[in-house]
Write a protein that binds this ligand. Structure first.
Ligand code: SAM
Ligand code: SF4
Ligand code: SF4
Length: 343
């Protein structure tokens, strides 16, 4: 008699399943993007995590296996810059053996891809996302703030393609007055190449990047500006919880995406958990605190204990920060308008 398939999916307090896990393997980076790790804060005196504070690859893999048994289908490695952690392919080799894991990918700034793409592919990485905010060298150097030229990242993307890491996505954070003037150039560069470019609204993550609402270029405006030169139309989402809104070029030359966490938040479909380099699980990008898995990994807890702890964290998850922020900014806008009309 066939066995019944047991669905281990965990649902949170808002009925959102746990499907995606983003694992940050390091808090270090060889860039100092002004919107992410501004130099004034992440300078020579900044206290990065020490080696023994980081989860080992064995610890990460053990947790990942437990998480997959609880419904995670997709894992993305990130950071900091994941390719600065020593021998990352060794982690990929371990993760790829996890039964039930359907998708394993990585987000990188691309600067070390030429050296590592082939080895990453051989280790079992399937596809990759590369961040590139501008095609103009001066703008890009100003944004990464360590003088890395555009050509290095483009060459890294080429190396990924040659190695067979595919599909390739490219992420560009758009900040008004910084790189928004180059959006169409970026779109034109990748149009028709099969590489999927996604523009990301500048987000108020952390407390250090000097975020202001007026620096955000909302999806609607980004789409209008691309459409004026390169006509596009909205396309259907591939699946529930897809972070990027998909649009396609009217001439059939491919698609482009927008990640609109500010103007059109997607908390209602957010199926993502984030594991920090030191083993804290965050149920929201904006959560003030994480849930400590490292001490449980190191105090002899069994796999069942860890799975039970994960379930206890996810089942009460109620986060929807971006939706609440939007409600607030809308309310603020409404107040401004009311005072304007004398209310
Ligand atoms: N270092 C890798 C990279 O840059 O691709 C991986 C880590 S990085 C934190 C992951 C993604 O977050 C990148 O695509 C980056 O552009 C994006 N990001 C960082 N700070 C952001 C912000 N304030 N608003 C929007 N996206 C941001
Ligand atoms: Fe580093 Fe990525 Fe942040 Fe830039 S966005 S500072 S590359 S972690
Ligand atoms: Fe998910 Fe939090 Fe972002 Fe909303 S704000 S989409 S809950 S990570």
């Amino acid at each position: 008699m066939p066995y019944a398939v047991v669905d281990m999916t965990l649902f949170d307090a808002r009925q959102r399943p746990l499907r995606d896990l983003r694992i940050s393997v390091t808090d270090r980076c060889n860039f100092r993007c002004t919107y992410c790790m501004p130099k004034e804060i992440f300078g020579p005196d900044h206290a990065f995590l020490q080696r023994d504070e980081l989860l080992s690859y064995e610890e990460i893999t053990r947790l990942a296996r437990i998480f997959v048994s609880q419904g995670i289908e997709k894992i993305r490695l990130t950071g900091g810059e994941p390719l600065v952690r020593r021998d990352l392919p060794a982690l990929i080799e371990q993760l790829r053996t996890i039964p039930g894991l359907q998708d394993l990918t990585l987000t990188t700034n691309g600067s070390l891809l030429r050296q590592q793409a082939k080895r990453l592919k051989e280790a079992g990485l399937q596809r990759i996302t590369v961040s590139l905010d501008a095609l103009d060298d001066a703008t890009f150097k100003r944004m990464n703030d360590v003088g890395v030229p555009v050509a290095t990242v483009l060459d890294g993307i080429e190396a990924a393609r040659e190695a067979g890491l595919w599909p390739i996505k490219v992420n560009a954070v758009v900040e008004r007055g910084v790189n928004d003037a180059g959006m169409v150039d970026l779109a034109r560069h990748f149009k028709g190449t099969g590489v999927i470019l996604r523009f990301i609204e500048f987000m108020d993550v952390g407390t250090t990047n000097g975020w202001k609402l007026d620096r955000v270029v909302p999806l609607r405006e980004m789409a209008d500006r691309i459409n004026a030169d390169l006509p596009i139309e909205p396309a259907e989402a591939n699946y529930r919880g897809e972070v990027a809104k998909r649009w396609r070029y009217l001439d059939g030359s491919g698609e482009i995406g927008f990640i609109s966490s500010i103007s059109q938040p997607f908390c209602g479909d957010c199926t993502l958990a984030r594991l920090s380099p030191e083993g804290e699980l965050f149920t929201c990008l904006f959560a003030a605190r994480g849930h400590d898995f490292r001490s449980r990994l190191r105090d002899g807890s069994s796999d069942d204990d860890l799975a039970a702890y994960l379930a206890s964290v996810w089942r009460v998850r109620d986060d929807r920060y971006s939706e609440m922020r939007t409600a607030e900014t809308n309310a603020a806008a409404a107040r401004v308008e009311m005072s304007h009309i004398g209310g």
